[in-house]
Design a protein around this ligand. Structure first.
Ligand code: NAG
Ligand code: NAG
Ligand code: NAG
Ligand code: NAG
Ligand code: NAG
Ligand code: NAG
Ligand code: NAG
Ligand code: NAG
Length: 500
């Protein structure tokens, strides 16, 4: 009997060791060296190393990752780095780049060579088209289109009609351009949209004009430098725009030290005025979640910064989405590679590995990560606002969950804040506690089209379409005249990239 169970144990051990696949995996990481980026090599490398060590302890320990970090900067050097690196042996996996223009060329070549690319960046809408050029891209951070769902769902619930988008364009990385492009893409068609572009070299030059165009719209959505947000809010406040029937949002996805308590404070004579103005401002940011394992991760990251050469400054070494995303990227790849090899394909079959990374949910370092059927991570976002006007402190009012398109309302939520006077009022949602499902409104299932209603919707659509076109035309004409306003280009990133 004892012998029999020993034999069983032996067989079981044999079985489990033989099912553990052994494979050397050559990973090329393309990120900038410059520590002014939140996703610089020195910040992200410890996260990738952490994932590698965790994997080496687990059931996938048979994978031997050799990770090479190459400075891609943020432009075309990323492509040169890949091509130089791949002269003899092509890597099995590419992590990064994050910057859109660097990513575009790298992903095109990698897809052509069938090398999987996983990035916590490349967030622009154009990368969602996986049919050809970006076929082997998997994104482990939520893209700008996913972020825009937060606005689309709010708009659907609160009945927004007109939206003014304001963004700062640095003409280099163009993060705000791509951010606002996502919102534009999702709100287009159902809203009267206008757009103001600010040149980063003279961002405040046309502030008057921009604030003037706020007058005509119900909802203002900004993506710009924090100091510019303050200037806009101050001017809007002086013109009593913050007290009337209007909603202000700014989008600040990654840098958690630039919003929240005291973000209005500069130590100048306008602080009090800014505090009052910011009472009307809502910030959309990534929902950050943690779990017990995250503490250890976070501690290990801090330790490696102290060892390394990263400046330790307040806030700038907080764990950010890029670190989490690249950590999770390696886990996801390992899961998919394991399955791929078990199904009899090789690690060189990037198409098969990529297919297995898509449409799956797995446990990341900060919580569940759900990759949609198009290889893009579903995003969770928070709306954060000032809830104490005297102290100027902030709370999260609601969370948006991309996997089911619903909002969770938190105790600080007050529907008055988001209801436009004059607009058709939706029934007031109940105050939900932390655990309940919230509005339960789904962006996908929210519309029931009956016969009559369908006709009304069609007419409404036509009307808005027309209205929208008129706005565009008017804006376009104004742009030709004085060049101060610039319509958000409607062409895809693809053609922008081609032109770049
Ligand atoms: C890093 O980037 C910042 C901002 O883009 C720039 O001012 C700085 O010169 C760069 N540093 C190096 C070493 O290239
Ligand atoms: C892991 O890969 C590296 C580089 O390919 C190799 O030098 C090393 O021997 C491998 N380690 C194991 C345990 O296979
Ligand atoms: C984040 O925001 C803070 C406050 O605005 C700023 O000082 C810091 O430079 C920002 N960090 C990065 C990496 O952009
Ligand atoms: C983190 O976990 C690892 C093992 O999982 C352990 O060796 C290490 O000491 C932990 N670090 C901290 C700071 O708890
Ligand atoms: C590796 O793949 C095999 C076959 O699909 C599966 O049974 C096993 O659970 C996988 N291992 C891990 C750690 O996911
Ligand atoms: C890669 O995997 C796919 C299945 O997803 C298969 O059809 C194809 O033949 C494989 N390619 C190679 C080169 O093995
Ligand atoms: C995604 O996975 C689910 C099951 O997990 C499956 O029902 C669905 O068909 C898959 N979708 C695609 C597009 O592969
Ligand atoms: C949506 O998903 C989140 C997190 O995955 C969950 O907490 C919430 O209860 C879900 N809401 C609904 C209405 O299913």
């Amino acid at each position: 009997m004892l012998r029999f169970s020993c034999l069983c144990l032996f067989l079981w051990a044999l079985e489990s060791s033989s099912s553990q696949v052994k494979e050397d995996v050559d990973v090329l990481v393309l990120l900038p060296q410059n520590n002014s980026y939140m996703f610089s090599i020195s910040r992200v490398a410890p996260a990738i190393e952490y994932a590698r060590k965790q994997l080496a302890r687990g059931p996938l320990a048979g994978f031997n990752f050799s990770v090479r970090y190459v400075n891609s900067e943020c432009g075309v050097n990323a492509l040169y780095a890949l091509v130089d690196r791949a002269r003899r042996d092509r890597p099995d996996l590419i992590l990064g780049p994050v910057c859109e223009y660097a990513a575009a060329s790298v992903i095109r070549v990698a897809s052509h060579w069938q090398i999987p690319v996983i990035s916590a960046g490349a967030l622009a809408s154009g990368f969602s088209d996986k049919n050809s050029e970006y076929a082997l891209l998997t994104r482990t951070a939520p893209s700008y289109l996913k972020m825009a769902e937060t606005f689309a769902t709010m708009s659907q619930h609160f009945g927004w009609k007109s939206v003014h988008l304001i963004y700062l364009d640095d003409k280099e990385e163009r993060n705000c351009y791509f951010t606002v492009e996502g919102v534009h893409a999702l709100l287009e068609g159902q809203h009267d949209i206008s757009v103001s572009m600010m040149d980063s070299k003279e961002s405040l030059a046309y502030l008057d004009e921009i604030v003037k165009s706020i007058h005509e719209h119900e909802v203002v959505i900004m993506c710009t430098h924090t100091d510019v947000v303050r200037e806009i809010m101050l001017m809007a406040h002086r013109q009593r725009l913050t007290t009337s029937n209007r909603l202000f949002f700014n989008i600040e996805l990654f840098n958690s030290s630039s919003y929240g308590d005291g973000s209005w404070r500069r130590g100048d004579k306008y602080d009090n005025e800014a505090k009052a103005a910011y009472a009307s401002l809502n910030t959309v940011t990534l929902l950050r979640s943690t779990k017990p394992e995250f503490e250890n991760f976070s501690l290990e990251m801090k330790k490696s910064y102290q060892r390394g050469d990263v400046d330790v400054c307040e806030g700038c070494n907080n764990i950010n989405m890029f670190m989490e995303g690249f950590h999770d990227a390696l886990l996801l790849y390992a899961l998919a590679l394991n399955e791929t090899i078990h199904s009899g394909y090789s690690k060189k079959n990037g198409t098969e590995i990529t297919r297995r990374m898509w449409n799956r949910t797995f446990e990341g370092i900060a919580g569940q990560v759900s990759i949609d059927a198009n290889g893009d991570r579903n995003g969770d976002f928070s709306v954060i606002s000032m809830t104490n006007r005297e102290a100027g402190t902030y709370e999260t009012l609601m969370n948006y969950f991309g996997t089911n398109g619903s909002f969770q309302l938190l105790p600080g939520f007050n529907s008055e804040r988001f209801t436009l006077r004059g607009a058709p009022r939706p029934p007031l949602p109940e105050h939900a506690d932390q655990s309940s499902g919230g509005l339960g409104l789904s962006a996908v299932t929210g519309i029931i089209v009956g016969g009559l209603l369908g006709t009304a919707l069609l007419m409404a659509f036509y009307f808005f379409r027309k209205n929208y076109r008129i706005t565009i035309e008017r804006r376009a004409r104004r742009e030709q005249c004085d060049g101060k306003h610039r319509q958000l280009r409607e062409d895809s990133i693809r053609s922008n990239f081609s032109a770049a």
